[in-house]
Design a protein around this ligand. Structure first.
Ligand code: GLN
Length: 241
C-alpha cells in the first residue's frame, strides 16, 4: 500500500482557524485512493524529528505569542530543515509558520522573533495594533501550468516583504501586505501562505497537487490520483467566489 509520511510541527501551538483541517484533508484524500497517511506530530520537548525521512512537513498559523514560544526550538533545526527542502521534502506552511521560515518577525513593540532564515523574506507587524489584514481572500496561482483560484481566510498583522516568488496574485483580500497584489511564497517544493480556512478543504485541487507531487517524488513513477467526488467542495467554492 502506498503511503505518505507527514510531519506535523507544533500542533499544540500552531493551530488557527482550522489549520488542523489540512492534515485531515490530506489523510482523507489519500485514504479515498486506497493509500495511507502516517502523521507524526512534533512539538517542544519531543525527540528531534528526522526531517529528511518525511514526504511532507506541515505547520499552521499562530499568534505572536505562540511564535515567540517556539521560535528558539524551531531555529535549532535550521540545517536539517534546509537539507530536507533541498532533498525535495514538501513543506506546507501557513501564516505564522510562513513568517518563521523567513529572516525574522518584528512584533508591534519592536520585539524581534528570529526566523529560520531559510528564505530571504521578512515580516514586520503593522504599528497600529488595531489594523490587521482580516477577511476572506482569493488568489490566482498556477499548478502544473494550469491557472487556478485558491480560496482562504487571512488574519495577520504581519506584513511580509522581500518576496521574489509569490504563491499567487490577489484577486480579493490583502495578501503579503495591506492591499498587496501578491500573496504567499511558492518555490519548488515549498508553499507558504497566509491562507487559513482550512486551506485544503476549500481547495481540493491544491490538496491533490501536493499529494501528487509527494507521491511522484517518493515512488519515482507517474501516479494518477483517481478523481474524487468534490461536488460539495466545488459548490462551496462557487458560493465563496
Ligand atoms: N502572528 C502573526 C500575525 O499576526 C501570524 C498570525 C497568524 O498565524 N494568523 O501576523
Amino acid at each position: 500500500m502506498k503511503e505518505l509520511k507527514i510531519l506535523y510541527l507544533y500542533p499544540d501551538l500552531l493551530e488557527l482557524y482550522g489549520d488542523y483541517g489540512n492534515i485531515q484533508v490530506l489523510r482523507y484524500r489519500l485514504e479515498q485512493r486506497g493509500m495511507k497517511a502516517i502523521i507524526e506530530p512534533y512539538s517542544i520537548g519531543d525527540s528531534a524529528p528526522y526531517f529528511k525521512d518525511y514526504d511532507l512537513v506541515f505547520a499552521g498559523g499562530g499568534a505572536d505569542q505562540e511564535q515567540s514560544i517556539l521560535a528558539q526550538d524551531l531555529v535549532q533545526y535550521k540545517t536539517e530543515i534546509q537539507e530536507a527542502i533541498t532533498n525535495g521534502v514538501f513543506f506546507l506552511l501557513i501564516c505564522g509558520a510562513y513568517q518563521l521560515f523567513g529572516k525574522y518577525y518584528k512584533g508591534v513593540e519592536g520585539n524581534i522573533i528570529p526566523g529560520l532564515e531559510i528564505f530571504d523574506y521578512y515580516t514586520e507587524a503593522i504599528a497600529d495594533r488595531k489594523k490587521r489584514c482580516i477577511g476572506n481572500i482569493i488568489i490566482e496561482t498556477e499548478l502544473n501550468g494550469k491557472k487556478t483560484k485558491v480560496i482562504g481566510f487571512e488574519n495577520h498583522g504581519g506584513q511580509t516583504f522581500g518576496i521574489t516568488n509569490p504563491f499567487g496574485t490577489v484577486l480579493l483580500g490583502n495578501g503579503n501586505q495591506f492591499c498587496d497584489t501578491q500573496e504567499g511564497f511558492f518555490k519548488d517544493n515549498v508553499i507558504a501562505t497566509y491562507l487559513h480556512g482550512p486551506l485544503l478543504s476549500k481547495n481540493p485541487e491544491l490538496a491533490d497537487y501536493i499529494l501528487q507531487t509527494c507521491l511522484h517524488r517518493k515512488y519515482q513513477e507517474e501516479i494518477i490520483l483517481s478523481p474524487l467526488n468534490d461536488n460539495f467542495e466545488n459548490k462551496c467554492r462557487e458560493q465563496f467566489i
